[in-house]
Ligand binder design. Sequence first.
Ligand SMILES: Nc1ncnc2c1ncn2[C@@H]1O[C@H](COP(=O)(O)OP(=O)(O)O)[C@@H](O)[C@H]1O
Ligand SMILES: [Mg+2]
Length: 253
Amino acid sequence: MSKTIAFHLQKGGVGKTTISGTIACQSAMEGIPTLLVDVDPQGNASSWFYTGELNYELADVLQGTCYVDDAIVQIPNIDNLFLLPTFGIGGSLKTYAETKIADEPYVLQDLIQLLKDKYPRIILDLSPGLGKLERAAIIASDEVITPMTPEVFSLDGLEIFIDELKKIRKNLRSQVKHERIVINSFDGRIRQHKEIYEAATSGIFKVYKIPVDPVFRKAQEANVSPQVFKQRGKGLKVNTLEAIEGLNSVIWR
Ligand SMILES: Nc1ncnc2c1ncn2[C@@H]1O[C@H](COP(=O)(O)OP(=O)(O)O)[C@@H](O)[C@H]1O
Ligand SMILES: [Mg+2]
């Protein structure tokens, strides 16, 4: 069975790209062809994993100026991981999202549908906000998982997202699931983090934690997956690895 997941909250800096990329690597490490689609006009996921020359980007595919197979690249050194990239600088996804996508909200959904046979697991990395592009990506997904940081305003952000998602489901006739939250950058020594975790678990959501770990940022700077990054023999903390493995083992079912 194939599945498409978007990690989303309208807030920036909560770990959408970090979790999308890390879970994509983890999934690929299991030997299952996994496609990471960079739906953020800033192209963070693309510049994290791909430093080579790119000829085409997602916006080209959506506009019909290239074939999707010509835009997808294999991630170097990670078997089974593929990227449908977006150029950060000089890219046209932002313009496309501001102009054309209003007329064709289902274009991304159609594209994803087409890719499902070849890539049984697809992850969409979204930009902050809830504009037309993010809505198109959400309805292209089977499930949206919300990453949030354990901060005071995060629970408010979640409420807003839940409300918006209701409208998206109704207006765009989508059945996208939303039943999981990932509390990212969690530090069990901080009382507020524990309080926010408890508040999150008191609702209807399944809640997962990813610990704060500096290796995520270092791996991004080194253009590698966090799972393989090592500096002076040290990589991700054991509990971070366990959290990633745990999350990856439940979300694809
Ligand atoms: N669990 C974590 N521990 C430490 N730093 C993290 C963690 N998750 C994300 N970061 C860092 O936080 C910053 C924002 O994360 P990012 O994934 O880019 O957020 P978003 O995509 O939601 O804007 C990045 O510098 C990233 O390396
Ligand atoms: Mg991001």
